[in-house]
Design a protein around this ligand. Structure first.
Ligand code: ZN
Length: 501
């Protein structure tokens, strides 16, 4: 290898180690650090990210990356390194266009907005958050203009989370989904609703055993993974050999931790099964949020909310959680698929969840395309809730203030959740074409054949394929919401005994 590559490797290794320690510090902050120790850990975090930022944006590192992108150097690199230097070049170009003063100001504005959002949510008063939101929106538009002055700001935002995805495509598939979903939802809500059968209290230690059972069942490896507890469940990957997931156990709501375990397990299985040859490169983890979310949602919804998923394990779960002994598998199945027009996105069922996301996507477009003033947003939110979900939030806390994303400046993130589900409809269709009916595979207790299929078709590639290429190569057809709609129609027509339409 060339001298250029050797020098690059030295600096890149340093960056990788800083990042690894940073991830560990943040893992510790959310799972173990006591309240009084939090500030010091936050300082350690700032120290590490400043060091990493300085190194990554240094002229020396940038020049090395540019040199490795030249044909004679590039040709000598392996696949993962080729991806890495291409990615780093684009990423550093973007970062170097943002003036340092602006960036610092932006980070501070985000921190202030986050605190204001917390206060506003607690007081359920949008006016506390409004001036901060206005400033954030303004700065995001500027930031987008630095990154790419020739591109519409909202396109820049979408590209950050799901590279290569554009609003014309999202408009098309979300519209297709909305048109099919609204009449279906209407029918479901008019049908007979199940009564809750799950009551009483469930020991958190027993719930932890259920989590372990579920994770092993779906194929999460404990040789390359571990679990802990945190306020909100999340997954963090240090490498394919060390993937960590968290959960939160509520004594009165055992389903919450069960489905979070399956969801985070899906993210974890993805990270554990990236090609080991990609270790310590940019390719080693999947950076596309829609594709990542497609995997967690495939396990959580397509598999986990299928009745047959539970057939092989339900008796064992009843042993661990005696409160479920009086709940039949059918009652359990109905309860995990109870469709309701609820206010809160994170508590929504898989059908209404789509509408929660479409609403947010349309509001983001209203902000960045139509420049709707911030003070009009709560009204717009409530109008759309009424139109799509037939309910009006009683206050801002359960309406426009419910999500953290906008206070963090994460505009353009929401669509990834729903893109994930839309990809899932397509993956399901293809999987059944190749392996036969999922119902049968699950009933036979062969879920790991499905996990293996996802490993081979999707996980092993890490970040090396753009989302649209993943879809094209796995499904060999154009992106469409129809397979997801077909899946909902079939499942809920049967479950709610709807008339075929
Ligand atoms: Zn997720």
């Amino acid at each position: 290898m060339s001298q250029t590559f050797d020098r690059f490797q030295t600096l890149y290794e340093r960056l990788n180690q800083l990042s690894r320690i940073g991830i560990l510090v943040s893992w510790d902050m959310y799972t173990a650090t006591p309240k009084k120790g939090f500030d010091d850990m936050a300082k350690a975090m700032t120290f590490l990210s400043t060091e990493a930022f300085a190194l990554a944006t240094s002229d020396e590192f940038y020049d090395l990356v540019l040199a490795l992108n030249e044909p004679e150097e590039y040709r000598q690199l392996n696949e993962a390194m080729q991806y890495s230097v291409r990615y780093l070049k684009r990423d550093l170009e973007k970062r170097r266009r943002i003036p340092k003063d602006f960036y610092e100001d932006f980070v501070n504005t985000q921190n202030d907005a986050m605190r204001a959002w917390e206060d506003a949510k607690r007081a359920s008063d949008f006016s506390i958050f409004a001036p901060h939101l206005e400033k954030i929106i303004d700065m995001i538009a500027k930031n987008c203009a630095y990154i790419d002055p020739n591109k519409d700001p909202y396109e820049v935002l979408l590209d950050q989370f799901e590279e290569g995805m554009d609003s014309a495509t999202i408009d098309r598939i979300f519209e297709e989904l909305k048109e099919g979903l609204l009449p279906l939802l209407d029918q479901i809500l008019k049908a007979q609703q199940p009564e809750s059968a799950i009551h009483g209290s469930y020991d958190p230690d027993a719930q932890k055993k259920v989590q372990k059972l579920l994770l092993e069942y779906i194929g999460f490896s404990f040789d390359a993974g571990t679990t802990a507890q945190s306020e909100h469940p999340f997954t963090t990957g240090l490498s394919c050999n060390d993937v960590r997931i968290t959960n939160h156990f509520y004594e009165d709501a055992p389903l919450s931790a069960m489905f979070s375990a399956i969801h985070e397990g899906g993210h974890g299985i993805f990270e554990q099964n990236v090609n080991p040859a990609f270790h310590n490169t940019e390719a080693a983890s999947c950076r596309y949020m829609g594709v990542h979310e497609s995997q967690s949602r495939f396990f959580e919804n397509i598999l986990g909310r299928n009745r047959n998923f539970w057939i092989p394990i339900y008796p064992k779960i009843q042993e661990l959680l005696p409160g479920l002994k009086t709940v039949s598998l059918d009652q359990f199945y109905r309860e995990i698929n109870h469709v309701q027009n609820s206010l809160i996105r994170t508590e929504a069922d898989e059908v209404t969840y789509c509408l929660h996301i479409i609403l947010r996507y349309e509001i983001e477009q209203a902000i960045f395309r139509d420049h709707v003033p911030v003070e009009e947003l709560p009204k717009l939110w409530n109008q759309k809730m009424k139109e799509y979900l037939k309910i009006t939030p009683p206050d801002d806390a359960s309406g426009i203030l419910q999500d953290v994303h906008w206070s963090n400046g994460q505009f353009g993130y929401f669509p990834s959740y729903l893109l994930g589900s839309i990809y899932d409809g397509m993956f399901l269709e293809e999987l059944e074409k190749e392996l036969g009916p999922v119902d049968q595979i699950l009933a036979d207790g062969k879920i790991q054949t499905i996990t293996k299929w996802l490993n081979d078709k999707i996980h092993q590639y890490g970040s090396t394929r753009l989302p649209k290429d993943v879809i094209r190569q796995v499904c060999d057809r154009e992106l469409s919401a129809k397979p997801l709609l077909d899946y909902y129609r079939k499942k809920y027509t049967e479950l709610y005994q709807l008339k075929e339409s």
